[in-house]
Write a protein that binds this ligand. Structure first.
Ligand code: 26W
Length: 799
């Protein structure tokens, strides 16, 4: 019989359990076991320890009739799970010893796990950090998402250009999910609506089954675990036997194939609404399954009186992607539970909340009334009723309608259906009030509030940066992991030479590991003393990777002009994917790789300047890059980056920031002190004014020798065939929509200031120490506490 595990298992207990699972779950003897087998045996061993608090939490929530939070998101950018689970259970030492005892290499085991790349970027990763903080704070919560068979595409470079290949994380057993066939719901599409004695009855033309797959999310110190429930599509009727027997095999399999497209692949766009029918069906698939599951659980625990729903259920819509939740909840309450429209509308409005993550017009979802009416005919009716009710209640002011010009505006729908609407940084929330929702804000001045983003310190500090974590434990104790404000304790050490030397030592350790690992894979041997200057995020013009690479070219040119100059060695590291259809972003990727190829082989400059662009940037790569960074590039055009979360991860890992007054950079600078932040560029207001000035690009370039020479070098073919960059050059000279030229000189000068500061170790190290000490605010625990108090009105299950 398998031995029961003690409270906190010893290394020996873990080793025994791993061998038990290798034998009994993997069916392998140690002599035949692959890294994969061992990794699964270790995963099942850790999973066993998570199931206990998981079930206890579920029982406590049910028996305590506790209010729950439901986070609906089309994306959860989880990354790897095993390493994070070991850290949250506080078993890193024991596991290190157990693996050593079994003769296993921990890095091999952890790196064998594929990333769960069920997201594009910021929005998806935020959802994952939020789920971890909800569990760490002991808040009863469910995350609802889609179990994409293929997550975000794999990126590789051919001739310096991005090539996408399907990601395939499920082509091997996934030890962290539990299939819940008993939690399956029918999701209807299309068809028509019949009016039966005053009641609307929807007759869907097609349907699929949404099946639940549960992944436990363990919190810090393993006290509580919540559920991430991902829906996978199953055909309602499996297989058309008649067609098969008639030999029409393809047709026979059609129902299956059709159904599975719904959860087949994640849409790889993170800022452009493609308006595709399949995307709308995916959004409804997730939302309807989630709401049916929420109402089933509510009625099972609290009975049929759905008027109580808002007291026991708080739903957060992660952007507009699940905004169909408003009409769907009203449909379920009216058509399936017999409530009136007004009752249903009121309940829905007191249950739903909406977070806006972007102001970019092309990212705001709008579905044609035609498509909405075709795919979801009953919902279009309900949207019209919601719109009419709101118009009537607000005396029909212009531009506040949900349906305008034959389009259903999902932002307006989400706003009108939500009890609370929030932005994700102070500046962004102000801009949400004054731009995208200005008219609705006038009508509902109390509805918009701010919840500045945060990141989990468990994954992004304790897991990703062991050298710094050990130094922190040694200096201020380990309490910071569950209470990041305790980092303030470092202030007292910021002038202490010993501490600063240890801090520099920890950073250097990470830089050496990176230099010998990721970078050597690229054939780049950087000097660990060089300034590691890192820009990692999705490729997008507003994030201005172009500004960074043009500055690099100008610096390269300067070094060539005075090769014996006293230059600060610098390694520029880029990382990031472009949406497959985003041509300009892909051209910038090509340019960066072309410049890298040229500069890295340049005998005159390569000791002073190198460029690395590792392909396939993802969560796991971020965990390796961020702890090794000296400088964090947060250089978006002011007013465009809603918040940023990478900026927070870099700050708490001791990288200094070069940035604009955009998104959460503003609050980072406020927290760490203006003297510990490298600011440049136009403010959001100045940028808006500059953008409106005709010819702003050409005027700015004419005034910047540095930028002009950089553009000239590209045009004359110093970095590959120039014609492939003519369109980009033309766009920069004549349009420059994100003001690369207008901010260029300020950026260039700021980088030169950084060169000088970096050489003054004492100043640099003190600034680093103060950035870490003052990063406590950017924990997602603080963010979640804000949502709990201001929006969800819930407390932790365990006081
Ligand atoms: C419809 C296509 C689409 C898909 C995703 C449009 C927009 C999105 C996301 C909203 C884009 C996104 O990830 N936004 C980022 O959200 C982060 C978390 O709040 C912020 O920190 C980033 O500033 C914001 O760009």
């Amino acid at each position: 019989m398998r031995p029961e595990l003690s409270e906190l298992p010893s290394a020996q207990d873990l080793a025994d359990q791993i061998l038990y699972h290798l034998t009994h779950t993997q069916g392998r003897g140690p002599e035949f076991a692959t890294v994969f087998d061992w990794r699964l045996a270790v995963s099942y061993t850790i999973r066993d320890l998570i199931v206990t608090p998981w079930m206890a939490g579920h029982r406590a929530s049910r028996d305590g009739k506790l209010k729950r939070v439901y986070y609906l998101s089309m994306e959860f950018l989880i990354g790897r799970i095993l390493g994070d689970a070991i850290v949250n259970l506080g078993l890193d030492q024991q596991m290190d010893a157990a693996l050593a005892q079994l003769g296993l290499d921990k890095t091999d085991i952890l790196e064998d796990e594929p990333d769960a790349a069920l997201g594009n970027g910021g929005l998806g990763r935020l959802a994952a950090c939020f789920m971890e903080s909800l569990a760490s704070l002991g808040v009863p919560a469910f995350g609802y998402g889609i179990r994409y068979e293929h997550g975000l595409f794999r990126q590789r470079f051919e001739g310096g250009q991005q090539v996408e290949t399907p990601e395939d994380w499920l082509n091997q057993p996934h030890p962290w999910e539990f299939t819940r066939i008993d939690y399956s719901y029918t999701i209807g599409f299309k068809g028509h609506v019949e009016n039966v004695d005053g009641h609307s009855v929807w007759h869907p033309g097609e349907s699929v089954i949404a099946r639940a797959y549960d992944t436990p999310v363990i919190g810090w110190q393993g006290k509580w675990a919540n559920t991430l429930r991902l829906w996978g599509a199953q055909p309602t009727n499996l297989f058309d036997l008649h067609r098969f027997n008639a030999g029409d095999y393809a047709a026979a399999a059609e129902p299956e194939a059709l159904a599975r497209t719904l959860s087949r692949v994640l849409y790889p766009d993170d800022t452009t609404d493609q308006g595709k029918e399949l995307r709308l069906k995916q959004e409804y698939f997730l939302t309807s399954a989630a709401l049916q599951d929420i109402i089933r659980r509510f009625t099972a625990e609290h009975g049929e009186d759905l008027a109580l729903l808002p007291d026991k259920v708080a739903i957060q819509l992660n952007d507009t992607h699940p905004a169909i939740a408003g009409p769907e909840l009203i449909r379920l309450l009216m058509d399936e539970h017999g409530l009136s429209f007004d009752q249903a509308l009121d309940i829905a409005r007191r249950t739903l909340n909406y977070t806006n993550h972007t102001l970019l017009p092309e990212a705001l979802e709008r579905w044609s009334t035609w498509l909405m009416g075709d795919v979801l005919p009953r919902h279009l009716q309900i949207i019209q009723m919601i719109d009419e009710a709101h118009r009537a209640a607000t005396h029909r002011p212009p531009h506040t309608g949900i349906i305008e010009h034959d389009e259903v505006r999902m932002g307006e729908l989400a706003f009108i259906m939500a009890g609370h609407v929030n932005g994700v940084s102070a500046l962004h929330t102000d801009l949400v009030r004054s731009t995208v929702f200005a008219d609705l804000h006038k009508l509902h001045p109390e509805r918009i509030l701010n919840q500045t983003n945060g990141v989990t310190p468990r994954r992004w500090l304790r897991l990703a940066n062991p050298p710094l974590s050990r130094l922190l434990d040694h200096t201020i104790g380990a309490g910071w992991t569950g209470d990041l404000d305790q980092l303030e304790g470092l202030e007292a050490h910021a002038e202490d030479a010993g501490f600063l030397a240890a801090l520099r030592g920890a950073k250097r350790q990470n830089k050496v590991v990176l230099a010998n690992g990721l970078l050597s894979d690229l054939g780049i041997k950087p000097d660990p003393e060089a300034l590691f200057d890192v820009q990692v995020k999705r490729m997008h013009e507003y994030k201005r990777q172009l500004l960074n690479i043009l500055e690099t070219i100008a610096l390269w040119h300067r070094i060539h002009e005075s090769p014996n100059g006293d230059w600060t060695p610098r390694l520029k590291i880029f990382g990031g994917k472009a949406a497959p259809g985003y041509w300009t972003a892909k051209t910038v990727i090509h340019l960066i790789n072309d410049v890298a190829r040229k500069i890295n082989d340049d005998p005159v400059t390569s000791k002073f300047l190198k460029i690395a662009y590792p392909p396939n940037y993802n969560v796991s790569m971020a965990e390796r890059l961020i702890p090794a960074a000296d400088l964090s590039e947060q250089i978006s055009t002011a007013g465009k980056e809603a918040s940023g979360t990478g900026n927070m991860k870099f700050t708490m890992n001791g990288a200094l920031t070069i940035g604009t007054l955009d998104g959460a950079n503003v609050e980072i600078r406020e927290m760490v002190g203006a003297e510990n932040f490298f600011l440049f560029g136009l403010t959001a207001a100045e940028a808006a004014a500059e953008k409106a000035r005709p010819g702003h690009a050409r005027a700015a370039i004419e005034k910047s020798e540095n930028m002009k020479v950089a553009l000239q070098l590209i045009a004359e073919g110093r970095f590959g065939r120039p014609e492939q960059y003519f369109a980009l050059l033309d766009r920069t000279w004549n349009d420059d929509p994100f003001l690369v030229a207008s901010d260029f000189e300020s950026y260039f000068a700021c980088q030169r200031r950084i060169d000088a500061t970096y050489r003054n170790h004492r100043d640099w190290d003190r600034m680093t120490a103060l950035n870490i000490a003052r990063s406590g605010y950017f924990s997602s625990d603080r963010t979640i506490r804000g949502y709990m108090a201001d929006i969800w009105k819930v407390g932790p299950a365990t006081p």
